[in-house]
Design a protein around this ligand. Structure first.
Ligand code: CUA
Length: 314
């Protein structure tokens, strides 16, 4: 079922999105009604009781019990409705269903990575099956980030040194935009991701393919696959074009100038260090913006990336 959202809200694609929206609209429209009553009442009364001369004085009114009870009881009831409605929705969003699939979410400057129980690590893309509750166990490796999927009405901070928990269930297949919604540094606005909701069968295929990632490939081919999947591609070109980082084309075995003024030969050790701890040696003319891949790439994946970079001759 395709639903493209409304003027007020993006499409509602998680199981609890409708509850969030219902309450939002209730608060919106009661506010609109009260706003109109106050503003038009004010205008009406200003005109009706405009002072027309010294003889027309208003009587000294001290109070009006009926009016005071009305404007106390009605707002109190409205607030109670909002509280009960909101609390029920909140409980629904906080209590993770028992049979949820657990996925570890790690935020760091400036990308999201997702670890599955099958040992798969996916960078920038959260792949989930439709119709199944998904539990996200979220943390950060550096500063506070915040995971936000507007279509799911899902938002949760990623905090260093602790876990935060969120869950969702998406029933519609498709792709949903994922944002970082906590300002976390210069590349914050580019800290985006995708949620891909697949059918159960497609999800199982995806898990099978990815848990065998690299099998049957040469080291170079595996390296190319990692280059495309692990977030290298947006910043490092293969054709000599300068992007956020240096191009990989023909760099192996050559000397490069660093921001410190020193020069270094691009060899296996330099590439390894630059992947795991990129801030150590920055090539002159570039900013130290690359995230460290320590703990994200396995040793054989680093080997594969080195083999791939080696293969990119001028
Ligand atoms: Cu991470 Cu903003």
């Amino acid at each position: 079922m395709e639903n493209s959202g409304t003027f007020w809200l993006p499409r509602a694609a998680s199981t609890y999105a409708a509850d969030v929206d219902g309450l939002f609209y209730f608060i919106l429209w009661t506010s609109v009604v009260i706003f109109a009553l106050v503003v038009f009442g004010l205008i009406y009364l200003s005109i009706r009781y405009k002072k027309r001369g010294k003889t027309e004085l208003t009587a000294g009114i001290s109070h009006n019990t009926k009016l005071e009870l009305t404007w106390t009881i009605i707002p109190t009831l409205l607030i109670l409705v909002v509280f009960v409605w909101g609390f029920r929705g909140y409980m629904k969003m906080r209590v993770v269903p028992k049979d949820a699939i657990e996925i570890r979410v790690t935020a760091q400057k400036w990308f999201w990575s997702f670890d599955y129980q099958e040992g798969i690590n996916s960078v920038g893309e959260l792949v989930v099956p439709a119709g199944k509750p998904i539990k996200l166990l979220i943390s950060s490796r550096d500063v506070i980030h915040s995971l936000f999927v507007p279509d799911f009405r899902l938002k949760m901070d990623a905090v260093p040194n602790r876990y935060t928990i969120a869950w969702f269930q998406a029933d519609e297949l498709g792709e949903y935009q994922l944002y970082c919604t906590e300002y976390c540094g210069t590349e914050h606005s580019k800290m985006l991701g995708k949620v891909r909701v697949l059918s159960q069968g497609d999800y199982e295929n995806w898990v099978n393919e990815n848990s065998q990632l690299g099998q049957g490939l040469t080291l170079e081919e595996f390296g190319r696959q990692l280059y495309e999947n692990k977030g290298c591609m947006p910043c490092h070109s293969l054709d000599g074009t300068t992007k956020i980082g240096p191009s990989f084309k023909g760099i192996f075995g050559h000397e490069v100038q660093l921001t410190s003024g020193e020069t270094v030969i691009v060899d296996e050790n330099y590439i390894r260090e630059s992947i795991l701890n990129p801030q150590a040696k920055i090539v002159a003319g570039f900013q130290p913006v690359m995230p460290p891949y320590q703990g994200i790439l396995k040793p054989q994946e680093v080997d594969a990336l080195i083999a791939f970079i080696k293969s990119l001759k001028e």
